[in-house]
Design a protein around this ligand. Sequence first.
Ligand SMILES: [Zn+2]
Length: 213
Amino acid sequence: MYSQSRRKRRRRRKKRTSRFLFLILEIILLVVLLYVAYQVLSQKDPIEVAHSIEENGDYPEWIDVQYIDEGNPSRVGEQLDGINDIVIHYVGNPGTTAQQNRDFYNHMDSNVCSHFVVGIDGEVIQCLPLYEKSEASNDRNHDTISIEVCHPDEEGKFTDESYQSLIKLVDWLMDEFDLDTDHVIRHYDVTGKECPRYYVRNEDAWEQFKRDL
Ligand SMILES: [Zn+2]
C-alpha cells in the first residue's frame, strides 16, 4: 500500500517534469521561429534600397552627382542583379582629377565607367545611379558597386584626402546595403589585375584599410 502510493507519486512527478521540459522546449522553438521570421522580414532588397535612395535624393551632401549621359557606351543602363560587394579600383592615370576621369567616361569613345570616382583632394563624384550596372569590374559588374580612386603617381598610393573620403563613402555604402568589410574587395580579387596597385603590392596596407572602415 505504502510503496504503491509512493510509486504513483513518483510517476506523477516524472510526468510533471517531462511536461515542464516540453513547455521549455516549445518556448525555445517559438523564440527561434520568431527570430528567423524577423530576420527574413527585415532583410531589405538592395535594389529597392538603391531606388529609394535615388527617388528621395538621399545622397550625402559630399557626393557630387554627375551621371554619365544616357545612351553613352559607358552607361549600359542595365539594372544590377544585387549588391553583394563593393569593388575598389585605382584610375591608373597618375595626377588626373576625379572630374577628368568622370568626363573621360562620358566621352563617346569610352566604354568604361564606375559608380564613383574619388579625387586626389577627396572630392567624390557619382557617375551612375546605385541600381545600374557599371563597366569596371568584369565578371562582377552585375552585382557590385565600383569605386575608382585617383592617385598622384605611378605607385598608386591614395592621398590622405582620398583615403578619408573613400572610407566615408565605403562606410556609407556598407551601412545602406547592410554589408560588412568582408564585402569590400579589390579589382584584383575579381580578375587578378594589379588594381588598385599600391593595395595589391602592399597587402598590409589593404588590410589596414579594411580595419580603418
Ligand atoms: Zn580596376
